[in-house]
Structures are given as C-alpha cells and as structure tokens.
Write a protein that binds this ligand. Structure first.
Ligand code: CTP
Ligand code: MG
Length: 267
C-alpha cells in the first residue's frame, strides 16, 4: 500500500467528494428567445434537463446542484436528486459564488471538489465529465475541459467602420475554455470572493478567477461538440446533435454512449 492510501495515523483518509454546480440563472439575451434559453425544449427535453442527465449519469458525483434566479424559485420538474438553489446573481460569476457559499453553509467540505458547468452547455457527455475528473483528481490545482483552437485567430483594428484585420495570432498555444471546470470548493470560493471585490471584472469562467491567485489550471482536451448554446443558430445545431445521438442509441444500443441513452426524452 502506498503512503497515499495509508496515512501515518489511523484509518485511511476518506477521498474528497466531487459535487456538480450548474449555473442556470441567466436570461439568455443573445439567443433572442425572450425567455431564458435553459428552458427551451430541444429533442423532447429542456436544455437544462439534457445537461442534468449527463451529470446524473456519472456515478462518482456526490451531489448535483442547480443555481436558478430568485424569480425562478418555483421551477419544478427537475429529477429528485437535484438540489435547486434560487440564489442566482446578476452575473454568471456571482451565481457561481452564491451557489458555492450556499454549499459551504450546508456543511460541504471546503476540500471537496466542485465541477461548475454551464446549464446551456447541454451536449456535454458523462464520458467527458469523467475524463475531467480523472485528470484533475490527482492535480494540485484542478482544471477545465478546453479545446485547442481549430481556426486561425485574428485581431481586429479598433475604430470606426467595419472590422478589419490588424493581426493574425499564433494559434498553437490557444485553447477555447469549456466547462465543466473542476476545483477545490474552498479554493474556488476564495478566488471568487477576491474577484467579487472588483465586481467580478474579467471573470468569465472559474479558471480565470483561479489564475488571478497565481495558479495554473490544467487544460483537459474536450470535444468540439461541447458547445454552449449562445446564439439563435446554436439551438438548431444542439438539437441536431441530440437527435443524432437519440437515433444512434435506438439503432446501436450496444455501442451508444451513456449520454445518448440518458438524453432520450421521457415517454
Ligand atoms: N448564468 C447564471 N447567472 C447569470 C448569468 C448566466 O447562472 N447571471 C448561467 C447561464 O444560465 C448559463 C451559463 O451561466 O447556463 C453561461 O452563461 P451565458 O451563456 O452567458 O448565458 P446567459 O447569461 O443566460 O446568456 P446571455 O449572456 O446571452 O444573456
Ligand atoms: Mg451571459
């Protein structure tokens, strides 16, 4: 037995638990639906329900919590193991911070891990979530799913008129940050508390708050399909992928991913 599983005194230390926290308190303004996008039905289920199905199919998770806006407090229809907290804030970072504060107040251990995931990123699969957990559980900092930049990256000139290219950047070291992002609950809470002092300026994901502490999160290669529904055309794209997975699961049940099975709409 290694020192890791045999502490100096007494019984082995219990492994830290992993919790999922899903910020779902946004208004979805860029999708132009006139209502929060996470409640839009795609391939027979709400976007939020597809997202939750992926997390509920990961047995290693100790809990799944959704942060909704206070005015959505009466939201119903979420599966029983999911905890709903109506503590959403005015920014994504504030919603996450409020959710973490609530988990700590409930007695969740600050050394436990938390996986923060956008409700609007409904194409994530249990395998991708598991891959992030496997990579981060042994890491001192934690990390995020990310995608090496597939396209050429341009910088535009500031000023009047249409955008024109000012510069083309080297893309070899550029990645697109996705979610889930996985960090120790206490560390992430401290990072976001520090960011709160400046109104969460520049904190568009968990990793950027952790980076501001001088730490370097691990980037775990994700999938190009793990898109965030943001603009109107993303709705059609996400629905097409969900329908494709459902068809695959029906025709090839033996080879289908757990995700495809669990995102099948309820009869
Ligand atoms: N989110 C949140 N609280 C906020 C803003 C966003 O919990 N105050 C959540 C969203 O519900 C979404 C995730 O954070 O699941 C990613 O945010 P984004 O894609 O920007 O969603 P919205 O803020 O809802 O959309 P928009 O920016 O177009 O208004
Ligand atoms: Mg937003």
């Amino acid at each position: 037995m290694t020192a890791k599983t045999l502490p100096l005194h007494g019984t082995p230390a219990p492994l830290p638990s992993c919790h999922a926290l899903i910020p779902s308190a946004g208004s979805g303004s860029r999708t132009g639906l006139g209502r929060p996008k996470q409640y839009e039905v795609l391939a027979g289920r709400r976007i939020l329900d597809h997202t939750l199905a992926a997390f509920l199919a990961v047995p290693a998770l100790a809990s799944v919590t959704v942060v909704v806006a206070p005015e959505q407090a009466a939201d119903e229809g979420l599966p029983a193991p999911v905890q709903v907290l109506a503590v959403g804030g005015s920014t994504r970072a504030e919603s996450v911070f409020n959710g973490l504060s609530a988990l700590l107040a409930q007695g969740v251990d600050a050394d436990d891990w938390v996986l923060v995931h956008d409700a609007a990123r409904c194409l994530v699969t249990p395998a991708q979530i598991q891959a992030l957990m496997t990579a981060c559980l042994e890491d001192a900092v934690g990390g995020l799913l990310a995608l090496p930049l597939p396209d050429t990256l341009k910088v535009s000139s500031a000023g009047e008129g249409p955008d024109r290219v000012r510069q083309t950047l080297e893309r070899a070291d550029k990645w697109l940050a996705q979610t889930p992002q996985m960090f120790r609950l206490g560390l992430l809470h401290r990072a976001l508390m520090q960011a709160a002092a400046s109104g969460f300026a520049g904190v568009t994901d968990e990793a950027s708050a952790i980076e501001a502490l001088g730490l370097a999160p691990l980037m775990v290669p994700g999938s190009a399909q793990n898109v965030k529904v943001t603009y109107p055309e993303d709705l059609a794209l996400a629905e097409a992928v969900l329908l494709y997975r459902q068809t695959q699961a029906r025709h090839f049940p033996a080879t289908a991913t757990t995700s495809a099975l669990t995102t099948e709409p309820a009869p």
